[in-house]
Design a protein around this ligand. Structure first.
Ligand code: ADP
Ligand code: TRP
Length: 456
């Protein structure tokens, strides 16, 4: 299993079409089935071109929804849970922090040779019209990559050079600080990525050219896009012999139709036995059929923002474990940590001994009372058998829990926390819970286990 990392810039409007799917998303999904994959929304990167609050919000929201729907729609739940999907800016400034450090081992010349900058220069002609964000974009991208030490970075052809710059920067850092800290990343350009032509049959499918077939639009919109697709201009009547080559309906059907049926249709079309409407109708049906799981996910996620937030929050936590560890290593390596540094309180990893120092025990709730002055708190009287009794507060009434729910049941409690004052009273521990998909805490049952027994 390899570690794969890629980012997507929300510079377009965030909605995806079948060109994006076939050209990029599908390859990533295939890799995610058998590898450890990190995929993030590069929202800091979008700032090089988008400097408008509403637009940035809208693009990022749409991109998150579109990507997640495809990933959830086509991956099994197990594959999806292995994938780490997160938003770059959620990582508490970690990516820009590494960028700031890498700035200092990056020669100016390296950036001046970067395509993104050179292309812009060619278009805008004066350097003064180009912002520094765009200029240093490859260093932010290097930080995005190096923090996670991936084996492969799948990107489109246009991004290959940026991954090579990241490699170069990593090499320089390792040399300057005399430590093999960063893994040198490899760009990976999936073979099968060919540019998908648009419904005009002439140019690359692209939102700005209006020649797309959407994935998540209404059925009416998709039908219209399919019906407007370029077929065979030499054909005036359905009985004329049709051409398959360059006929976009068949190009798309090769991806989305059923092989046998498509072959039959190609034959019949070539012999003048079926018309455009028939093949287009079949393309429309095939597309809806193919994307049904993703479109279902789209409706579900769109109606459930809490679920999307939960996925992003879990992604952030998982990403933080890896990126936080690398960042700590970087700070130590370059000398930011010294005799006066305070202990890093937010450790991203802990030792087995650290974990062993947490005392978690099974307790039975005897009685429970609501704290009237509070909207959340419940006071639990917990019996730990030979280990004694404790009063432990939990703030969960806002999730619909009442004291009744807890009484007579057994749960797990952390019992060696410093006591904490809650509404003037001491809480002598904490009940353990996990988050459900919608963020509501679910309590871990300790039924049938001996009271006071300890997790080990
Ligand atoms: P663009 O490449 O036009 O700037 P995006 O940045 O929105 O479009 O594309 C996101 C991803 O989808 C990129 O990896 C890009 O290569 C891929 N992609 C976009 N349009 C197509 C297309 N018509 N055919 C194949 N891949 C495409
Ligand atoms: N620059 C990439 C693009 O425009 C997106 C991106 C940002 C990225 N950071 C990355 C891709 C890190 C791979 C790895 O497509």
């Amino acid at each position: 299993m390899k570690r794969i990392l890629s980012g997507i810039t929300p510079s377009g409007d965030g909605t995806l079409h079948i060109g994006n799917y076939l050209g990029a998303v599908k390859q990533f999904i295939d890799m995610a089935r058998t590898n450890e994959c990190f995929l993030f929304v590069a929202d800091y990167h979008a700032l090089t071109t988008i400097q408008n609050k509403g637009q940035l919000q809208k693009n990022v929201e749409a991109l998150i929804l579109n990507e997640l729907s495809l990933l959830k729609g086509f991956l099994t739940p197990e594959e999806f849970n292995r994938l780490v999907f997160y938003r770059q800016s959620d990582l508490e400034g970690l990516h820009p922090e590494l960028q700031t450090i890498l700035n200092n081992v990056t020669p100016l010349g390296l950036l001046k040779r970067a395509h993104a900058y050179k292309d812009k220069l060619a278009k805008e002609t004066v350097e003064d019209d180009i912002n520094v964000g765009l200029f240093s974009y490859p260093i932010l991208m290097a930080a995005d990559i190096l923090l996670y030490k991936p084996d492969l970075v799948p990107v489109g052809k246009d991004q290959k050079q940026h991954v090579e710059i990241a490699r170069d920067v990593a090499e320089r850092f390792n040399r300057v600080f005399n430590k093999q800290l960063f893994k040198l990343p490899e760009p990976f350009i999936p073979e099968s990525v060919a540019t998908v032509l648009g419904t005009d049959g002439k140019r690359k499918m692209s939102k700005s050219l209006g020649n797309i077939i959407s994935i998540f639009e209404s059925e009416e919109v998709i039908k219209k896009q399919v019906m407007g697709t370029y077929t065979d201009p030499t054909r005036a009547h359905a009985t004329d012999l049709g051409h398959i080559e360059g006929n976009m309906v068949f190009t798309y059907l090769d991806f989305f139709g059923e092989k046998e049926k498509v072959n039959q249709m190609k034959k019949a079309y070539g012999e003048g036995q079926i018309g455009d409407i028939e093949v287009k109708q079949y393309l429309y049906e095939s597309l809806l059929h193919y994307f049904t799981p993703a479109r279902k996910q789209y409706d579900e996620l769109k109606n459930n923002p809490e679920l999307v937030k939960e996925i992003l929050s879990q992604g952030k936590e998982k990403a933080m474990m890896i990126a936080g560890t690398t960042m700590k290593e970087v700070r130590e390596t370059i000398g930011l940590v010294n005799a006066y540094s305070s202990q890093d309180k937010k450790k991203s990893t802990i030792t087995i001994d650290d974990f062993g120092s947490v005392d978690i025990r099974v307790g039975k709730v005897e009685t429970a009372e609501h704290i009237e002055k509070s909207e959340k708190l419940i006071r639990l009287h917990v019996d730990f058998g030979a280990f004694g009794k404790r009063i432990i507060f939990t703030g969960v009434r806002q999730f619909g829990y009442t004291g009744e729910y807890f009484i007579g049941k057994q749960f797990f409690f952390v019992v060696n926390l410093q006591y904490r004052k809650m509404m003037g009273e001491e809480s002598q521990g904490m009940i353990m819970a996990v988050d459900s998909m919608d963020g509501k805490p679910l309590f871990i049952s300790g039924e049938t286990l001996p009271l006071g027994s300890r997790i080990r």
